[in-house]
Write a protein that binds this ligand. Structure first.
Ligand SMILES: Cc1cc2nc3c(=O)[nH]c(=O)nc-3n(C[C@H](O)[C@H](O)[C@H](O)COP(=O)(O)OP(=O)(O)OC[C@H]3O[C@@H](n4cnc5c(N)ncnc54)[C@H](O)[C@@H]3O)c2cc1C
Length: 420
């Protein structure tokens, strides 16, 4: 039974020495058989397990994680949550996910610190403004919030930007007010706690090393803790998808692994109130965490790698972009920098789908935008696994679309994963 978190229990804990808190997930040993195994204890895997248990009442579920919860991209990202997509397939999926975010803290009884502080996409040229007008008008036609702030309005909301001396003058911004940020660790822990309370086994330090096949179907996994059988197996391993898919016999997937860096500064008083994005001419995005650190990032390192650290040329580009739009932070100290491994797909869009191998389901291709998808991805993946059919929000996110030539190419960059 899950211990409810509320203001009274915090108050009670304050008066009684904080001794009433219970452990929220343990260290279970794997059972010989589960109804469903989810490989990958990132946000997507944990959310899938939670929705399998809560919505589909499938509770004999294990999440197998080779490291620790949130040690992958789920704990390494810049936490931007938005749904400003315009291409069918993405539009309905990301808006579905944003709606789940809006009630997630209540649903999980865990404060995921979802802060709808607005996502502000700066524009620098008339042609960029026109191109983005198309996107934001399409969003509005699809019932997604979006608006344009001219320079005067932008100055009121974001007074510290470089309006006077930039090489590229800021004309205004396209804004999604319902977008924002969340606390990544809290999202992982919230899903893990809620799934555990419903009977899910979360098994950390358990690497999947191979698959057990029977009559053409996948019926179990080989792991560092021995063989575990399951009726259905879902993969949500982000940048490690190609390696594991190859072991499962799925062949070559339309996916490449790239790395993306993130940076955090020393804490400051509030200076960046929204998520600010400098796209089109450069690539840079920044927000400020509740602790005051500036959290920011830019482009991929642009070569395939599994190393969770980045290289200096991108570091330099990101800092240069920061100086373009926010020179007032030039003397702020950087505290930390790291990278995560991204599952970049050929059209820049994900897949949540059954595979050609009976019993095996795939959730991947999130590129560097999968954090915002966490609840939507888990919700739709659980639906796909439980019912053997997609939810209406992920009906377009199949692997078949590559065979059929129906790419969901949001940026129009074609089949070059590192450009999406
Ligand atoms: C620097 C950076 C910034 C980002 N910024 C944003 C952002 O602002 N907004 C946004 O929406 N997205 C962002 N992303 C992308 C987002 O983080 C990912 O798309 C998303 O987290 C991927 O899903 P996940 O959380 O399940 O992946 P992960 O957390 O990577 O989970 C996969 C898990 O699978 C485990 N695993 C792998 N192989 C095995 C195996 N053989 N056996 C068992 N377990 C295995 C891994 O250890 C890992 O924990 C960013 C990513 C990075 C790296």
């Amino acid at each position: 039974m899950r211990q409810r978190y509320n203001a009274l229990s915090v108050l009670w804990g304050g008066l009684t020495g904080q001794k009433h808190w219970k452990q929220v997930w343990g260290r279970p040993e794997p059972k010989p058989h589960y109804d469903v195994i989810i490989i990958g204890g990132g946000g997507h895997g944990l959310a899938t397990a939670y929705y399998l248990a809560s919505e589909h009442k499938i509770r004999n579920v294990a999440v197998l994680e080779k490291g620790w919860l949130g040690g992958g991209n789920a704990g390494r990202n810049t936490t931007i949550v938005r749904s400003n997509y315009m291409v069918p397939g993405n539009t309905e999926f990301y808006e579905h996910s944003l709606k789940l975010w809006e009630n997630l803290s209540h649903e999980l009884n865990y404060n995921v610190m979802f802060s709808q502080r607005a996502h502000v996409n700066l524009v620098f040229t008339p042609s960029q403004r026109d191109a983005m007008a198309r996107r934001y008008n399409l969003m509005r036609l699809n019932g997604i919030d979006g608006e344009y702030w001219d320079q005067d309005e932008l100055r009121r909301h974001a007074p510290h930007l470089n309006y006077e001396n930039g090489r590229f003058p800021i004309l205004g911004a396209y804004v999604q007010p319902r977008a924002g940020t969340a606390r990544h660790d809290a999202v992982n822990w919230g899903f893990a706690r809620a799934a555990t309370a419903l009977g899910v086994d979360i098994i950390q330090g358990c690497e999947v090393t191979g698959f057990i096949h029977k009559a053409g179907a996948v019926v179990g996994v080989e792991t560092s803790k021995g063989e575990i059988l399951a009726d259905k197996i879902g993969m949500a391993v982000a940048g490690h998808t190609s390696v594991l898919a190859h072991k499962a016999g799925l062949g070559k997937l339309p996916i490449e692994t790239h790395k993306l860096q993130a940076y955090v500064s020393e804490p400051l008083k509030p200076i960046v109130d929204q998520v600010i994005v400098f796209g089109g001419i450069g690539h840079f995005y920044i927000s400020q965490s509740d602790k005051g650190g500036l959290v920011f990032g830019g482009d991929l390192d642009k070569y395939n790698s599994y190393a969770q650290k980045g290289n200096l040329p991108v570091y330099e580009n990101v800092m240069a972009a920061c100086m373009q739009i926010l020179p007032c932070v030039g003397r702020v100290k950087l505290l930390r920098q790291w990278a995560g491994v991204m599952d970049m797909s050929m059209d820049g869009s994900p897949f949540i789908t059954k595979t050609d191998i009976p019993g095996l389901y795939l959730n991947a291709g999130w590129c560097y935008g999968g954090f915002k998808a966490t609840p939507g991805s888990g919700h739709c993946f659980a639906h796909t696994i439980a019912r053997d059919a997609p939810h209406e929000a992920n009906a377009g996110l199949t692997l078949n679309r590559y065979r059929e030539g129906r790419q969901i190419d949001e940026t129009g960059h074609g089949p070059v994963p590192k450009l999406h």
